[in-house]
Each structure stands twice: as C-alpha cells, then as structure tokens.
Design a protein around this ligand. Sequence first.
Ligand SMILES: Nc1ncnc2c1ncn2[C@@H]1O[C@H](COP(=O)(O)OP(=O)(O)O)[C@@H](O)[C@H]1O
Ligand SMILES: [Mg+2]
Length: 244
Amino acid sequence: METTEALLRVQGLGKTFRMYHLDAMLHAFEGISFDLHAGEFLLLKGRNGAGKSTLLRTLWRSYLPVEGHIWYRSRLGMIDLARAADVDIALLRRQEIGFVTQFLNARPRVAAQDIVAEPLRLAGHAPEEALDQARHWLGEFGVRPELWRAYPSTFSGGEQQKVNLARALILPQRLLLLDEPTASLDAGARAALVRRLTDLKASGVAIIGVFHHPGDVAQLIDREIDLATRVIADDSERIDHVAL
Ligand SMILES: Nc1ncnc2c1ncn2[C@@H]1O[C@H](COP(=O)(O)OP(=O)(O)O)[C@@H](O)[C@H]1O
Ligand SMILES: [Mg+2]
C-alpha cells in the first residue's frame, strides 16, 4: 500500500525579531512543528500579535526563520524553504505556492479582468480563455460586470479584496497560504470563497489559513495550531541567531 508523504514538513521553526530601539529580541514564534498533506486544511489561531501572519510570511519566505526547517515536496523534489535560494523561491511562488492577504496590489491603469487573468496568461493559457475565466471568477466573487474593465485602484476595499481573491485562486496551486482573506468581505463573497476552497481542497491543494470568521471554514478544517503568546527576551540572553 502506498503511504502518502507530507507535502510540507515544518520542524522546530522559530522566528525572532531584533528590536533595535528596545535593545530586545521579540520571539514571534518558536518550536513550530507540523506535517501537512495534499488536500489538508490547517487553521492557525491565536490572538492579535500571536505570530500568525509572521508564520505565514516565514513559510512564504518573506522572512527567514532563525531556526528550524520547512521541508516542501515540490514537483522537482524536496526543498527546505528555510534555506532555499531566492531564485528557487521565486519559481515556487509562480508555480506551486500561493499567498493571499486581504490586500490587492492594484497597479495603475490595469483593468480588473487583466489583473485576474494574468496568472493564467503567464502559465501559457490563450489570452481569450484567460479573460473568460477571469470574468467567471470576478462574477463568482461578486464583482459587478460594469467594473470588470475598470481600474481596481479606484475600487472600495471590499471590491479590491474580491479582485485579489479571484486573481489568487484562479490558478490552483499545490500549497495555499491565506492571511485573513475575508476580513472585509460581504457574506456572498465569503460563501464564494468557501466554495472555491472546498473545491481546491478536494482536488488536493493543501491550505494553511488564518480566518477572521473561522466558522466560515469549519467544515474544511483538518487540524488547528494555536500560537502561544510570544515572549520578549532580554537582549543579553541570545543574539547569535538574529534574523539575516
Ligand atoms: N517586521 C517586524 N519587525 C518587528 N516586529 C514584528 C515584525 N512583524 C511582526 N512583528 C511583531 O511580531 C508579533 C507577531 O505579529 P503578527 O505575526 O503580525 O501577529 P498576528 O498575525 O498573529 O496578529 C507582533 O508583536 C508584531 O508586532
Ligand atoms: Mg495577522
């Protein structure tokens, strides 16, 4: 019988911020270990400042951890995201790992439908087909058709978030990191997101998320990690593993 290997194996992961102005170290989190398999959904919990966003950004490699490993089984083989070269990280971000926040990076004079279609076009889909799908997902998330050709830099926060979700979820990734993607969404868009995540999970996408309304995704959760309260340590304690 085939045993399925984890898609992601996090071992003893820790992240510390050096707070120069306070001459102190802030342990955003430490000793985080878990396995995540294809099709699994992990909920990150914890009060404000518990380190949820920092953990997601560390997995996405916006931050380098100070200790631990992030073993990721990519299509090309095993790679430790904690140590991988930037060029490999850039490739994985394009092809395998997605990160969704509540904020759209709205570029000036790019229409909503083009922003959403872009990941498909970059992946080699024909322009017309990419646009068709983009319109489909804009509609799903409740962006009104008269806005599809408009520039999202002028949209409301909620509308921008819908465009952001459509873009982020149009092309299925293997690992999806979600940081409060529903914070300012209306009920209809939240329902659309849950439907999309349900389908992605069923197709084998592994998902790690922080949710403003965890009840929305209750049906999807396989596991939860509650991030313990952080500690601020005296600077004299350790300064040998400061973040690079
Ligand atoms: N770039 C940074 N530099 C210094 N401290 C940071 C930085 N990013 C986050 N922190 C601190 O780390 C802690 C965890 O933050 P965060 O991960 O955003 O919490 P959460 O998402 O759980 O609300 C907070 O105390 C925050 O102030
Ligand atoms: Mg956060």
